[in-house]
Design a protein around this ligand. Structure first.
Ligand code: PLP
Length: 358
């Protein structure tokens, strides 16, 4: 036995594979394009001798660049080691009540992991069959907080501004977290609601639309009081989360609006072309507003179910060096989540897909 009965046992989040070598990676929603040339410049200009010093624990230069970008005050911004770190701190800070925190049954699969590891009671609320949000339960239930990814993952579905707004307004006594990881690819941000709603915190990431998954940078925007609570918890866990290189790279990325526009527009264009091709191959999917498509198929071989098809295609693509995401979980085990890559990568994907479906 030894120490075993004193261990905090958890079932961890399973990240997508990071295969080595030359593969086509359409499995973790990374950006297919490199980061802004301004990021290259910022990292090249790093004074290596400065690395002997701790980074700025306030992340002032980065936070003020983010604040300026969104027209808020610096004390309304919190940055972390990817939005995963930001969300984890949010769970630890704002979900300290006894009523269950609510989030959809199909959403980012890290939410229930954080709730479990921190001992936060939670309850999942079923999405409708078309993966849209049914607001009823969020509007009428006492809860310990609410977490909504909008657009949602892995479904790709964006909710109307008014749906999210009504949920925030119906829950003045709970923090409502809106995870806008994919908002730069479509959907409508609830940023304008920050002004009048103290119970709203918006989370963003630099991993997808700003091509910086490897640097690990994410941020939250809220009212200054909420950010203060968040910082109190952060400084009780680790004062120096953001490293010196990440701070300058993330700042350069948020400042290069022109490049950001260029790559997000390219991805959106490729996404719409991808939908067209998938439709021609008789795939079924909702109207993704993200940098991925979540699609199923009725099957092409005699007796082949949607789940059989998804598994077979997932494996077949992988054998040929093309990685997409497959979740072996109830309801979504019929789907493939395909990240939007470059036009060439999508061409390669469709060539192999057609082979596998012939
Ligand atoms: C990718 C993703 C994140 C995490 O992003 P990082 O900033 O890389 O930690 C958070 N939420 C959702 C919905 C995501 O898809």
């Amino acid at each position: 036995m030894g120490y075993e009965d004193k261990v905090r046992r958890v079932i961890p989040y399973t990240p997508g594979e990071q295969p080595r070598g030359k593969v086509i990676k359409l499995n973790t929603n990374e950006c297919p394009y490199p980061p802004s040339p301004k990021v290259t410049e910022a990292i090249r200009n790093l004074e290596i001798s400065d690395l002997r010093k701790y980074p700025d624990p306030l992340c002032s230069a980065l936070n003020s660049a983010i604040a300026e970008h969104y027209g808020v005050n610096e004390d309304q911004v919190f940055t972390g080691v990817g939005s995963d770190d930001v969300l984890s701190m949010i769970f630890l800070t704002f979900f300290n009540g006894s009523d269950p925190v609510l989030f959809p049954n199909i959403t980012y699969s890290f939410y229930d992991v954080w709730a479990s590891v921190y001992g936060i009671p939670y309850k999942t609320v079923a999405l409708r069959e078309d993966f849209t949000l049914d607001p009823t339960e969020y509007l009428n239930t006492v809860n310990g907080g609410i977490v909504l990814a909008n657009p949602n993952a892995p479904t790709g579905i964006a909710e109307e501004y008014s749906v999210i707004r009504d949920i925030i307004e119906a829950n003045p006594d709970s923090m409502v977290v809106v995870d806008e990881a994919y908002i730069d690819f479509g959907g409508e941000t609830v940023l304008p609601l920050l002004k009048d709603h103290e119970n709203l915190i918006i989370v963003r990431t630099m991993s997808k639309s700003r091509a910086l998954a490897g640097i690990r940078a994410g941020y939250a925007i809220a009212n200054s009081r909420a950010i203060k609570y968040l910082n109190d918890v952060k400084y009780s866990v680790n004062s120096y989360t953001m490293n010196t290189a990440a701070l300058v790279a993330a700042k350069a990325a948020i400042e290069d609006e022109a490049y950001f526009k260029e790559i997000t527009e390219k991805i959106i264009k490729t996404r719409e072309e991808t939908k067209k091709e998938l439709r021609e191959l008789k795939f079924l999917f909702g109207d993704s507003k993200t940098n991925f498509v979540f699609a199923r198929h009725e099957g092409v071989r005699p007796g082949e179910s949607s789940a059989d098809f998804a598994r077979r295609i997932f494996e077949g693509l992988k054998e040929r060096g093309i990685f997409v995401r497959y979740f072996n979980k109830p309801i979504i085990n019929e789907y493939l989540r395909i990240t939007i890559g470059t036009e060439e990568e999508m061409k390669a994907l469709f060539a192999v897909l057609k082979e596998l479906m012939a």
